[in-house]
Design a protein around this ligand. Structure first.
Ligand SMILES: [Zn+2]
Length: 284
């Protein structure tokens, strides 16, 4: 299939109470792992590159990988810019062929965040591309992504409403105790805050740092209206584990292909586990 916009997929997920994974990729093998698993699971999927990963592979390669990946499968695939840092980057991704953009204005005061998000929405909506915005500041670290200094401030539900009404975003990332870069899925979320945002904002809600959220918290957040989880760390861990095990088993090899294939298999298992937890399996 051709790459598609995220909005209809997320709206369907919200209505039927499941979530779609936004899987962060950095190599060809990770892209293949995500779409092959989506096909096997019959799941809609969002492939996403953050700025550090775009810098690694190049914008044109990232867009081409997304296009080829979508064409290789019969389930819907979105190519999403994760944590776009400014208008210029959003425009470059749009021109390259991304079908969904996140603009992350959380480092800036609310009015500036609203002003730039509005510009990104006007540009993207003119060509049918969806936009994810963010309100509140998450803690934690993701390589190449600017996140809150210190503990960060959780999303204020009233501010979220103002942001959504003034910008026209299609999906809203919220800070409710989620953290980037967590090594274990043990974190909880502020469920009351999710519901407080939900009562004011009818849009699909997004939780970043999905690798660090416990299974129970994922299920409850979905029941309260979260319909996209971003997953990066679990894929990175799977890739490195598969690669490392293969090298340990064949320390004298001079060919990286077997290790890359093993890495791809481990990423597939990480993606499969998350899709089943999110309830997106069988929804495409
Ligand atoms: Zn994030």
């Amino acid at each position: 299939m051709q790459l598609t916009s995220a909005t209809p997929l997320l709206r369907r997920a919200l209505a039927a109470r499941y979530a779609i994974g936004g899987f962060n990729v950095q190599t060809l093998e990770m892209v293949q792992a995500v779409v092959e698993t989506a096909q096997e699971e019959r799941s809609p999927v969002i492939l996403q590159f953050n700025p550090a990963n775009i810098q690694h592979v190049g914008m044109a390669y990232a867009a081409a990988l997304g296009r080829v990946a979508a064409a290789a499968v019969s389930v819907p695939v979105v190519l999403h810019l994760d944590h776009g840092a400014d208008f210029t980057q959003a425009a470059a991704a749009l021109r390259a062929g991304f079908t969904s953009l996140m603009y992350d204005g959380t480092p800036y005061p609310l009015e500036q965040n609203i002003a730039i998000t509005t510009q990104v929405c006007q540009m993207a909506h003119a060509v049918g591309v969806s936009v994810e915005g963010e309100i509140g500041q998450m803690g934690g670290e993701e390589e190449g992504v600017f996140t809150a200094q210190g503990a960060g401030a959780m999303t204020d539900p009233q501010e979220a409403l103002q942001y959504v009404e003034e910008t026209g975003v299609d999906a809203l990332a919220i800070a409710v105790g989620n953290t980037h870069g967590m090594r274990a899925a043990t974190g909880s979320l502020d469920m009351k805050r999710i519901t407080a945002v939900r009562e004011r904002v009818e849009l699909p809600l997004v939780i970043h740092g999905g690798s660090g959220v416990s299974d129970a918290a994922v299920r409850e957040a979905i029941a309260r209206g979260v319909c996209k989880f971003n997953v990066a760390t679990q894929l990175n861990q799977g890739f490195l584990l598969g690669f490392q095990r293969s090298l340990q088993a064949h320390p004298d090899t001079t060919n990286p292909r077997a290790a890359l294939a093993a890495a791809r298999e481990q990423v597939k298992e990480a993606v499969r586990a998350r899709m089943r937890l999110f309830g997106s399996s069988g929804k495409a």
